[in-house]
Design a protein around this ligand. Structure first.
Ligand code: AP5
Length: 214
């Protein structure tokens, strides 16, 4: 049976950072819709041009675009034993469509919880690698050399949507459209809540324990 982990939580809660570690430890691919969309924007594809308009404002990209990307990705060969989802699903429609694909699998949903003001502050210090997408934090998880990615040596940049006013809109969108998924998964008895503002190693080992328990 495939193992599927869904990382849920507000912007900046740590889904990408925790997801990268889990992917290495559990040997499952990490599928981040945010990363896939940013890649399309960078490559200036038709899809990227459409997505950019929404992403710049912190709004959700239309479901048909995101669903097409995810559907293609989870059918790839490396997903045959399972996968980790970061940033998807993002609303009830996405969750229901995903459920039709995965309801017979071993699914666990990890809710990374944190306060708004903490998140706004945390995101102001986030930097990402413009090439490989690796995530850093200027204070908590700094690169070894200033502004340079440890993994591929490329330049670190600030995400356009990490400006405070866009982060606040992303939080609003999260509460309106994504947070109802907490109840959706709670009712299925597969939701596990973890504080997203704790130590990274502790968060990761907590999730590994959850994942290992049947
Ligand atoms: P997306 O990229 O998914 O953004 P998000 O959900 O808002 O989440 P973030 O990437 O901002 O935060 P994160 O929780 O991954 O935190 P991170 O690990 O980086 O989406 C971007 C946009 O794409 C959306 O606004 C939307 O337009 C579109 N989109 C994406 N998916 C979509 C979908 N399904 N449907 C429609 N539209 C979609 O951590 C944050 C910072 O904290 C980093 O600096 C990190 O180093 C640091 N940090 C994290 N954890 C720790 C820790 N434990 N200790 C210390 N520092 C930590």
């Amino acid at each position: 049976m495939k193992k599927i982990l869904i990382l849920l939580g507000p912007p900046g809660a740590g889904k990408g950072t925790v997801g990268e570690k889990l992917s290495e430890i559990l040997n499952l691919p990490l599928i981040s819709t945010g990363d896939l969309l940013r890649e399309s924007v960078k490559n200036n594809t038709d899809l990227g041009k459409k997505a950019k308009i929404y992403m710049e404002k912190g709004e959700l990209v239309p479901d048909e675009i995101v669903l097409a990307i995810v559907e293609g990705r989870i059918k790839e060969d490396d997903c045959k034993d399972g996968f980790i989802l970061d940033g998807f699903p993002r609303n009830l429609n996405q969750a229901e469509i995903l459920w039709k694909f995965i309801e017979k699998e071993k699914v666990k949903v990890i809710y990374l919880k944190a306060d708004d003001e903490f998140l706004v502050q945390r995101l102001s210090n986030r930097r990402i690698c413009e090439k490989c997408g690796a995530i850093y934090h200027l204070i908590n998880i700094p690169p070894k050399v200033d502004e340079i990615c440890d993994k591929c040596g490329s330049k670190l940049i600030q995400r356009q949507d990490d400006k405070e006013e866009v982060v606040r809109n992303r939080l609003k969108v999260y509460y309106n459209l994504t947070s109802p998924l907490l109840d959706y998964y709670r009712k299925k008895n597969i939701l596990f809540t973890i504080a997203g503002d704790g130590k990274l190693e502790e968060i990761v080992s907590e999730i590994i324990k959850i994942e290992k328990n049947a």
